[in-house]
Design a protein around this ligand. Structure first.
Ligand SMILES: Cc1cc2nc3c(=O)[nH]c(=O)nc-3n(C[C@H](O)[C@H](O)[C@H](O)COP(=O)(O)O)c2cc1C
Ligand code: SF4
Length: 343
């Protein structure tokens, strides 16, 4: 019988348990995208807190991406050294670390000026350019000591839009069917695998459904997951529109489960389920009842970074996170209730 505290292997990487901190933008990089002391402090608490692996918050691979407040940038070799210190720090706590590589939006040069270019109007040169940006970031991540990278294909950021029928109405080889829209992921994975080798973990996060009319649905998601599997992906995290959902212990926990199960039934790949995990009871129940291998969490660990160690010590009270999303608006994206209790 599977439980959250079993060890698990993704590719050749051993995790001490089945629990992953899902990517969480902590908004703590400086204006040039460098790591700061407060970012190190936040991640140290998480690594100490008992998860098997951490996926960093969204990290942009493009030098001219749209800006998100305090986003980490990784478009140049000049960033490698600080990330090496960062991954060494995480590894001290027997915790593995993945970088979530992403582009926030579709910002590209046309002649000498930058524009937000609709997916339908991206040229072959733009597409080659961003494939190269993702590939180069993976090379850097490997040399900075990361255990793997996660391609951010979820939540309507750039790659999520590229594979969505709502944004991609292209009639060339990159559009026209779910498989053709997702082919770009296959190309990115081929490029990455070629340079990082077979042992480095390459995973992705994708929506099971965009929950919007005309957006990506579960069939589009499955088509994309099949392509990713064919091109050598090591695990897939299934997400969706989480901000519109509330969850607390005993109510609406693990709300994307049916999408993760649907993918697992059709694609033979380790699946990570994110969204609304609050109680050890429900999490073990998901592992017991389904073939899902791994569970990932964001807000429960914002509220309590050492939640996993607490559970491990025998204190099985669920997370007190209520999914209110106030942590999106606080400095360092800390839990509002924790900040209030320190006043
Ligand atoms: C403050 C905050 C920042 C987030 N940043 C990211 C991010 O950078 N990349 C990402 O894929 N998801 C991000 N998420 C979504 C989480 O990874 C997760 O998918 C979502 O919160 C649902 O899981 P949960 O109920 O465990 O929080 C963020 C969520 C929060 C609350
Ligand atoms: S602010 Fe709300 S959603 Fe964020 S961690 Fe705290 S309780 Fe959870």
């Amino acid at each position: 019988m599977k439980t959250i505290f079993d060890s698990f292997k993704i590719n050749n990487l051993s995790l001490k348990n089945r629990l992953i901190r899902s990517a969480t933008w902590v908004s703590l990089a400086d204006d040039e995208g460098n790591l700061t002391d407060s970012l190190f402090d936040t991640y140290r608490e998480l690594a100490k807190g008992g998860v098997g692996a951490i996926i960093t918050g969204i990290t942009t691979v493009s030098p001219h991406d749209a800006y998100l407040d305090g986003i980490v940038q990784f478009y140049d070799d000049k960033f490698i050294e600080q990330h090496k210190k960062f991954t060494d720090m995480i590894h001290e706590y027997d915790c593995k670390i993945f970088m979530q590589t992403a582009m926030v939006d579709s910002v590209f040069y046309i002649n000498d000026d930058l524009y937000k270019v609709p997916i339908n109007q991206l040229t072959k040169e733009h597409i080659d350019e961003f494939i190269t940006l993702f590939r180069d970031a993976a090379i850097r991540a490997k040399s900075a000591g990361y255990d793997g990278i996660q391609l951010h294909v979820a939540h309507n950021f750039f790659l999520g839009k590229f594979i969505s029928p709502m944004y991609n109405d292209r009639s060339d080889e990159y559009g026209g069917s779910p498989e053709k829209r997702a082919m770009v992921l296959g190309k990115i994975f081929d490029e990455i695998r070629h340079v990082v080798g077979n042992d480095f973990c390459v995973i992705a996060k994708i929506n099971g459904d965009d929950f919007s009319d005309g957006g990506l649905n579960i069939n589009d998601c499955i088509a994309a997951c099949k392509i990713m599997k064919e091109h050598g992906i090591d695990a897939i995290e299934i997400s969706g529109n989480y901000t519109s959902r509330e969850a607390r212990a005993g109510a609406n926990e693990g709300y994307f489960q049916k999408y993760a199960v649907a993918v697992k039934e059709r694609v033979d790949i380790p699946i990570i389920l994110v969204g609304g995990h609050r109680s050890i009871e429900n999490m073990n129940n998901i592992l017991f009842k389904t073939d899902i291998e791994l569970l990932s969490m964001s807000r429960a660990l914002v509220r309590e970074p050492d939640l996993i160690n607490r559970w491990k010590s025998g204190d099985l009270r669920p997370s007190a996170c209520i999914g209110c999303n106030a942590c999106y608006r606080t400095p360092g994206h800390k839990c509002i209730f924790v900040l209030r209790s320190k006043k």
